[in-house]
Design a protein around this ligand. Structure first.
Ligand SMILES: Cc1cc2nc3c(=O)[nH]c(=O)nc-3n(C[C@H](O)[C@H](O)[C@H](O)COP(=O)(O)OP(=O)(O)OC[C@H]3O[C@@H](n4cnc5c(N)ncnc54)[C@H](O)[C@@H]3O)c2cc1C
Length: 299
């Protein structure tokens, strides 16, 4: 954790226990896909609508034309799920903070100051309301998230002009240490908006025969507990176990799965929300320091 001048406020070295492992999205995706039989995933079929047919069945229509009737429909289709409206009227809402993402490559050779500031793991430089987050990834890649508490329209307007976008985003950090703003201005990929949205904490639904949700479709939350991908995979495993345990009664399996899902997701959604306030609220960066050192927040 650094302040805006690059001074170290907290340095927590890796303790070597492998207790909180990291994996790149692309690698994780490859591992999961390679674990499945070849034809199990049918690529290139975007669901455009879902319609209840009664008797636990649903009809999916795909953009490329065909329709499918399901016996069991699992909506694992992320934040803007097409399946979720079958179960719930809830819609994700913008939490007020957006990330803006870019990457720096061959960092040790070409961006040594930014690489040194980022260190071997994660960097947070987060005074109240905004910040620069850096992460060192495999092959000397630096991954930047600029965090700004701004309306989505403001971010979209700035990023609409790619030739001036980096300078305008960096202008939000005037006076900051150059090794920190370099994580923006030396970015080698077009700045990408990542608005953070969340479903209501405690999102749940009444049992609807033949359909359920998992992952972000069920419990989209801000990424500040760092659990979104973990939960999505865990949900899938738990659903599989529930179906295996009640293979002659799918409704019993879904009821059992959902009761545990609701309690689990509410806990992590509340934690994400709390961490969002701690990291970006008025008490920053003390809130983040307390979070990382396990101390009680000082209000
Ligand atoms: C900026 C940011 C940073 C994050 N960082 C982390 C992190 O460091 N660690 C972490 O654990 N989590 C992180 N998360 C959260 C994490 O990305 C999600 O929680 C996780 O990807 C959820 O997995 P999922 O499978 O439920 O949904 P997704 O990963 O969104 O997958 C949904 C899938 O459904 C498909 N799909 C969607 N709509 C349709 C349709 N109509 N038809 C067909 N297919 C469709 C999509 O193509 C996609 O393949 C972050 C999120 C954000 C926004």
């Amino acid at each position: 954790v650094l302040d805006q001048h690059g001074a170290v406020l907290l340095d927590q070295p890796d303790d070597g226990t492998g207790g909180r492992p990291e994996v790149l999205r692309g690698d994780l995706r490859r591992i999961l896909i390679n674990s499945l039989p070849g034809e199990m995933i049918q690529w290139g079929h975007k669901v455009t609508s879902v319609r209840p047919l009664g008797d636990s069945r649903h009809e999916l229509t795909f953009a490329d034309g065909p329709t499918v009737t399901t016996g069991l429909l699992v909506g694992a289709d992320g934040a803007w799920s097409r399946v979720r409206p079958l179960l719930s009227d809830a819609k994700p809402e913008y939490v007020g903070t957006s990330f803006i993402e870019t990457y720096l490559y061959d960092a040790d050779q070409r961006h040594p100051a930014a690489a040194k500031a980022t260190g071997d793991g994660s960097l947070f430089a987060v005074p109240a309301g905004k910040g620069i987050l850096g992460h060192r990834e495999a092959h000397a890649v630096l991954h930047t998230y600029v965090a700004l508490t701004k309306p989505q329209e403001w971010i979209a307007a700035i990023l609409a002009s790619p030739e001036t976008a980096a300078a305008q985003v960096a202008a939000e950090f005037t006076g900051w240490a150059p090794e920190l703003t370099a994580l923006i201005t030396d970015g080698e990929t077009a700045l990408a908006p990542r608005p953070i949205s969340a479903l209501p904490i405690g999102h749940r639904w009444d049992r609807v025969p033949g359909v359920t949700l998992l992952g972000d479709a069920a419990h989209l939350m801000s990424p500040f507990a760092g659990e979104g991908a973990n939960l999505a995979m865990f949900d899938g495993a738990e659903l599989g176990k529930a179906i295996a345990a009640h293979s002659d009664d799918i409704e019993a399996a879904l009821a059992e799965y959902e009761q545990a899902l609701f309690a689990r997701s509410a806990r992590f959604a509340a934690e994400s929300d709390k961490n969002h306030q701690l990291i970006f609220g008025d008490n920053a960066p003390a809130g983040l320091l307390n979070l990382l050192t396990g101390q009680e927040p000082t209000e």
